[in-house]
Design a protein around this ligand. Sequence first.
Ligand code: GTP
Ligand code: MG
Ligand code: NA
Length: 316
Amino acid sequence: PQETEENLRSPICCIMGHVDTGKTKLLDCIRGTNVQEGEAGGITQRIGATYFPADNIRERTKELKADAKLKVPGLLVVDTPGHESFTNLRSRGSGLCDIAILVVDIMHGLEPQTIESLNLLKMRNTEFIVALNKVDRLYGWKVCRNSPIQKAMKQQSKDVKNEFSMRLTQLYYNNREMGETFSIVPTSAISGEGIPDLLLLLVHWTQNNVLEVKVVEGHGTTIDVVLVNGVLHEGDQIVVCGMQGPIVTTIRALLTQHPMKELRVKGTYLHHKQIKAAQGIKIAAQGLEHAIAGTGLYVVGADDELEDIKEASMED
Ligand code: GTP
Ligand code: MG
Ligand code: NA
């Protein structure tokens, strides 16, 4: 790690929005993966988490000539389901993140879970960026693969530009709560237009919101964890990847925010003897000062060889 990245934790960015607006596809586009097509019925049913290292973000934004100096080691991006039956997962995701991307399908505008997500974000005072996705579906769209959005827009015909403005204006008219400002980035998860802009906005946000590995009064150093699978118990022996090698420690306290409360407001944590996935958790344990955010956390089971796990933890 570079010296500027020392002791800074990675921000957590949550992706939210109505079903099928393209949340998972946007992540696929950034990662160069194909997770969405492997999902049953193309529907996300659980919370996922992906770590985007600073180097990758720098690479993807370089066409914008941004001097993308990231003060953080990277970004942890949490994917959430948009289907109406998963309000609880959206709530957990939004409760855990530092910033959010709200994905809106440009052809559909505001939809019920868009509004629900907006309300969750507002309630917690979480900043967000709107990705106005599927611009490639505007009739006659000329593909400019992975291009910054302004450059791509310049290539479009008058008709495409008009349709775009019309749909953007409709979005404003339908949003009855005026008076708030947020960034809107037109994107395509299929052909990649606007992705550099989206990443750059995230970077800019992190410049002003550098997050330190937090010392919570009364608990010492804590780390925020997205428990995607399995169960964690107080007293579990865990191994995490550290700057100077694997950190072996014991969970002293398992904390979560109260339901519907802001994780970052201090003094409001709930203590748990055990926690089942999926959940956003704060773990208090000795020796976490040099933990590297975004890497895996391993629980040492009764039959596990500690040395094997230490090795696995450093492969992240
Ligand atoms: P849930 O997680 O189930 O809420 O859906 P999601 O928001 O993750 O959407 P998903 O990534 O599953 O995409 C839904 C459908 O829209 C898929 O068929 C995608 O291929 C398609 N899609 C997503 N993004 C775009 C885009 O930018 N352009 C076009 N043309 N299609 C897209
Ligand atoms: Mg999805
Ligand atoms: Na979907």
